[in-house]
Design a protein around this ligand. Structure first.
Ligand code: MG
Length: 413
C-alpha cells in the first residue's frame, strides 16, 4: 500500500454552551481539522487535529511532499520523516504526526480487515468508561446553558449522570477564586453520593494554594487532583503534603518528561492524550513504561470529534493499566461529522468501535456543512475570555473571574 493523497478539512461543530477554563473559553463550538489519507488501493484513512483553518490545511498539504509513495505500515519511519526530534526544534509537528498516525492505522486496519485495537495488542475491554467532565459555562444568547453557581453545577452533574450514566465526575476549574471553586467541588461531590470525583484547575495555582485546596478535599471520594500547579517541581512539592494521587496532562506529555518523573516522581497518574503524545502508539508505549514503574494511567481529552474519540477508545481498550475513567468533551457537542451521528454513552461507557480500522467513517454531508460553518465563523481564540478581552491568566494566577458576573458574552454563532 502506498499513500497517494492527503486532504485536510477544517470544521466547526457547535457546543451546547460556551465552556470556560483557566485560560479562557471554548466560544460555543469546537474547531477541528479532519485529515484524510488516500492510498493507491482506494482506501481512505481518517485523522483529526485540534484547531485549524488555512494554516492547518496548508501544513497537511505540505506533508504530501514527505509521504506520497510512503507505505502507511512504516509508522516508525514516518515518525522520523515528520517529527525527527532534532529537526522538530524547527517545526514542532507532534500534533500533525498524531493525525497522520491515526489515518495510517485506519488504513492498515481497513486493509487487514481488523479494528485498530487488534493492531495494538488486542482489546482487554469492549467499552471504555468516561467521566462526566463538568464545566463552568457562559449562557447562550437565549439565556440557556449557564453554569456559574454551585446549584447550577450540581444540576449539570445530575443531568449528565441521568443522560449518560456517569459514575465519575470531573470538574474543570481554574476560572474563579479557589475558595469559590472548593465550595462548588464539594457541592458536586455531595450531590453524586458514592460516585468518584476529580478536579482540574489547569495548573494555575501557587504551590501553597495547591496544597491548601488538596488538603481541603482529602475526605472526598477523589480519583486524583489534576494539575493543581505547573511544573514537575511544584507538583512534587504539592505531592509531599497532599494525601491523594496527583495527575497531569501538562508536565508529562513526552518521554523525556516521563523519564524525569520516573527518576524523581512528582505525578502519580499520567493522562495520555493521543494528540499531545504524537499518536495512539506512543501512548501505548508510555502506558507500558507507567505499568513498569507502577504509575497510574488515564485517557486525556483535548477536545474531540468522532475520529479522535475513536483513537481514545482504541487506546483505552488495549492498555491493561487504565485504572480510571477516561475524559471526553464529547457529550458537550451538539453533533459530529461521523456516519450515524455521535457515538452514544451507555452506563457512562462508550463501546469500542468493532469495524475495520478506527471503525468510524465520515458523513460527507455533515463534513461539508460544518466546513461551511467554519468558513462562515472562522476560528476563535481558545486563550481569551469573551467577557474580559484584555485579560490573561498568569501562573500562578490571581486574576479570577467574578462568580457574580452573570452577563452573556457575544460570541459568533
Ligand atoms: Mg487537565
Amino acid at each position: 500500500m502506498k499513500i497517494v493523497e492527503i486532504r485536510a478539512t477544517t470544521v466547526t461543530v457547535p457546543l451546547e454552551a460556551p465552556l470556560r477554563h483557566a485560560n479562557g473559553c471554548h466560544w460555543g463550538r469546537f474547531v477541528r481539522t479532519i485529515v484524510e489519507i488516500e492510498a493507491d488501493n482506494g482506501l481512505i484513512g481518517l485523522g483529526e487535529m485540534g484547531g485549524g483553518g488555512e494554516s492547518a490545511e496548508a501544513v497537511f498539504r505540505a506533508m504530501k511532499g514527505y509521504l506520497v509513495g510512503h507505505d502507511p505500515a512504516r509508522l516508525e519511519e514516518m515518525r522520523f520523516k515528520i517529527a525527527n526530534p532534532t529537526a522538530s526544534l524547527y517545526n514542532n509537528r507532534t500534533q500533525v504526526l498524531a493525525a497522520l498516525e491515526f489515518a495510517c492505522l485506519d488504513l492498515l486496519g481497513q486493509a487487514f480487515g481488523v479494528p485498530v485495537h487488534d493492531l495494538l495488542g488486542g482489546k482487554l475491554q469492549d467499552e471504555v468508561p468516561f467521566a462526566s467532565y463538568l464545566f463552568f459555562r457562559y449562557p447562550n444568547a437565549d439565556g440557556s446553558g449557564e453554569v456559574r453557581t454551585p446549584t447550577q453545577l450540581v444540576e449539570q452533574a445530575k443531568a449528565l449522570k441521568k443522560a449518560h450514566g456517569f459514575t465519575s465526575h470531573k470538574l474543570k476549574g481554574g476560572v474563579f477564586h479557589p475558595d469559590y471553586e472548593l465550595e462548588c467541588y464539594r457541592a458536586v461531590a455531595a450531590a453524586v453520593g458514592e460516585d468518584r470525583v476529580r478536579f482540574d484547575p489547569n495548573a494555575v495555582w501557587s504551590t501553597e494554594q495547591g496544597i491548601r485546596f488538596g488538603q481541603a478535599i482529602e475526605d472526598l471520594n477523589n480519583d486524583y487532583l489534576e494539575d493543581p500547579v505547573f511544573g514537575l517541581h511544584a507538583m512534587r512539592r504539592t505531592r509531599e503534603k497532599v494525601r491523594m494521587p496527583l495527575a497531569t496532562n501538562t508536565v508529562v506529555v513526552g518521554f523525556e518528561q516521563l523519564a524525569a518523573n520516573v527518576l524523581d516522581t512528582a505525578v502519580d497518574v499520567i493522562l495520555l492524550d493521543t494528540t499531545f503524545w504524537g499518536g495512539i502508539r506512543p501512548c501505548v508505549k508510555a502506558a507500558g513504561i507507567c505499568e513498569t514503574f507502577g504509575l497510574g494511567v488515564a485517557v486525556h481529552s483535548s477536545g474531540e470529534l468522532g475520529v479522535q474519540l475513536a483513537t481514545m477508545l482504541h487506546l483505552g481498550a488495549v492498555i491493561p493499566n487504565l485504572s480510571f475513567a477516561a475524559d471526553a468533551h464529547y457529550h458537550h457537542l451538539r453533533d459530529d461529522v461521523i456516519q450515524g451521528g455521535p457515538l452514544p454513552y451507555r452506563n457512562g461507557r462508550i463501546r469500542v468501535p468493532a469495524g475495520p480500522g478506527l471503525g468510524v467513517r465520515l458523513d460527507r454531508e455533515k463534513l461539508a456543512h460544518y466546513a461551511e460553518e467554519y468558513r462562515r465563523l472562522g476560528s476563535y481564540p481558545y486563550d481569551k475570555d469573551p467577557l474580559r478581552p484584555a485579560w490573561c491568566a498568569t501562573v500562578p494566577n490571581d486574576r479570577w473571574a467574578d462568580p457574580k458576573d452573570d452577563r452573556t458574552p457575544e460570541v459568533p454563532r
